[in-house]
Design a protein around this ligand. Structure first.
Ligand code: ADP
Length: 475
């Protein structure tokens, strides 16, 4: 079986969030199961062609849309014929992937519409033998509509929704620019959305199967509370919708081999985790390495519950614990965190995206804060477990499926999934309650260490989920 895996970002070439991690690790794991996987992504300016040995494949083609010529050049890895990159100036010549400091680029509908056309053209012109086209999120969703209404492809189309909050909503004038057939597109309201077009809606309607990244999120998005105005579309497509939890790569996130750590460690050398803790505390000028460390790593956006973090600053600044927040994102939150920077001895704030620092944090931390308002799957909580961290989470989406509250578990030795602290109602009272529970647990060092070690052994790999994806591809 051969899969064409299409994504707008793939680690390590370009990454803005969890999608890139999944688009890296899922194809890798599928290949281990003898599934042929071709990957395709845009060759953005920021992708380092030299570092990653990306070369011109010899294929270029023009495609005319509404009388305008669009030129595409296909690149590939020097040492493999199954990773493709598409270059087109409108799609790729930007400083960011989807936006920059001035906001959304304004022509993302055209950019990713062109990308969808180019992926199909690449498959046809390279004569790739493909059984399933696996698309991801709104950026690649138009491909489903093109496949069904314009190219009439025989391949099965599988769409994975990594985050329903981002849908790709654009003015309907785009239909002309992309030469889309109004009748075919608007029949059954396939792409129409309040007199605009909605790429993700088209992806849901025109794909053969739709998956999302945890079972709980698959249920949540069919309700008006989490459905982001697409819950009715999802409910009517419920027969083809399922939830498959993401895995993480044990090669990338492994404290035994992670080169970014001060000191590598494993279950057998658990005490070395404390070296990481001590060094980090020293380097950041924080207080007392016997205190617990709470970390937050993620995008500064309301989804990640950063409002709760900001609202609790007045309380946590007097806790006998250290807090480290690493993130970047919306200007409002970035400014708010910036204004707190350097004010309190036990709170360290780092604004930006920093892979190396994030690994040092995972290695040193005792608790990971993840008070998300909603969370399709979440990778941080799974990554942190590998480094012996206890996630403190709001019980939603993938967080609910991967973390259980320690007070609900009688027999840790016979429990297979992650353990931490969880709260259900998303408000300051219950978040603070969860923080207090964490501090109290930490004061019982033997119990805390037992859970920390348990989490290091939890299987957050792709093993089970890969089987489910293969069933979807075959079914
Ligand atoms: P998202 O909703 O952003 O996709 P996920 O939890 O699915 O959230 O994935 C986030 C990924 O990005 C994780 O690998 C996490 O460690 C990483 N990450 C997020 N923000 C930062 C940052 N500021 N610096 C380093 N890594 C980050």
């Amino acid at each position: 079986m051969n899969i064409l895996f299409v994504a707008s970002e793939i680690f390590p070439y370009a990454k803005s969030g969890g999608l890139a991690d999944v688009a890296y690790s899922l194809p890798l794991e599928l290949r281990k199961e003898n599934i042929g996987v071709y990957t395709v992504m845009p060759l953005y300016n920021q992708v380092d062609r030299k570092k990653f040995s990306i070369i011109y494949s010899g294929l270029s083609f023009d495609y005319y849309l509404n009388g305008i010529r669009h030129q595409f050049d296909i690149f590939c890895k020097e040492d493999s014929q199954n990773e493709f990159f598409i270059y087109n100036p409108i799609l790729c010549d930007r400083l960011g992937l989807y936006d920059d400091e001035y906001g959304d680029f304004g022509d993302n509908g055209l950019r990713f519409g062109l990308f969808s056309y180019a992926v199909i053209e690449l498959m046809l012109r390279k004569k790739l033998k493909i059984d399933v086209i696996h698309i991801n999120d709104w950026q690649t969703s138009l491909l489903a509509l093109l496949a069904k209404t314009k190219y009439h492809l025989s391949q099965k189309i599988v769409l994975t929704i990594h985050n329903l909050a981002y849908q790709g909503v654009f003015p309907k004038s785009l239909m002309n620019e992309l030469e889309l057939d109004w009748d075919a597109c608007f029949k059954f309201s396939g792409i129409e959305y309040y007199d605009n077009v909605n790429y993700l809606k088209a992806g849901i309607n025109f794909s053969d199967k739709v998956t999302t990244v945890s079972e709980t999120y698959a249920n949540e998005i069919q309700t008006s509370a989490f459905g982001k105005d697409l819950d009715d579309v999802l409910r009517s497509n419920a027969y083809k919708l399922s939830g498959i939890v993401n895995g993480i790569s044990s090669e990338v996130f492994n404290p035994k081999t992670d080169k970014f750590l001060y000191e590598q460690f494993s279950l057998e050398s658990y005490e070395k985790k404390y070296i990481n803790k001590k060094k980090l505390i020293e380097n950041l000028n924080l207080e007392d390495s016997n205190r617990p460390i709470f970390i937050f790593i993620g995008r500064f956006t309301s989804q990640k519950g950063v409002d709760l973090l900001l609202e609790s600053i007045n309380l946590i600044r007097s806790y006998e614990a250290n807090f480290i927040f690493l993130g970047s994102g919306e200007e409002f939150y970035t400014k708010a965190f910036d204004s707190i920077k350097g004010r309190y001895k036990n709170i360290h704030i780092e604004i930006g995206y920093n892979e190396e620092f994030s690994r040092k944090l995972y290695a040193a931390a005792d608790f990971l804060l993840m008070p998300s308002t909603f969370e399709p799957c979440g990778l941080n909580q799974m990554i942190s477990m590998q480094y012996g961290v206890l996630p403190l989470v709001c019980e939603t989406g993938g967080l609910r499926d991967t973390v259980s509250d320690f007070t609900n578990i009688d027999d840790i030795d016979n429990f297979n999934s992650g353990i931490g602290i969880s709260f259900f109602e998303h408000n300051l009272f219950w978040f603070n309650h969860a923080l207090a529970k964490a501090l109290s647990l930490y004061s019982n060092k033997p119990k805390f260490e037992k859970i920390s070690k348990h989490n290091m052994g939890v299987d957050n790999s792709w093993t089970n989920s890969i089987k489910k994806y293969i069933e979807i591809y075959k079914g």
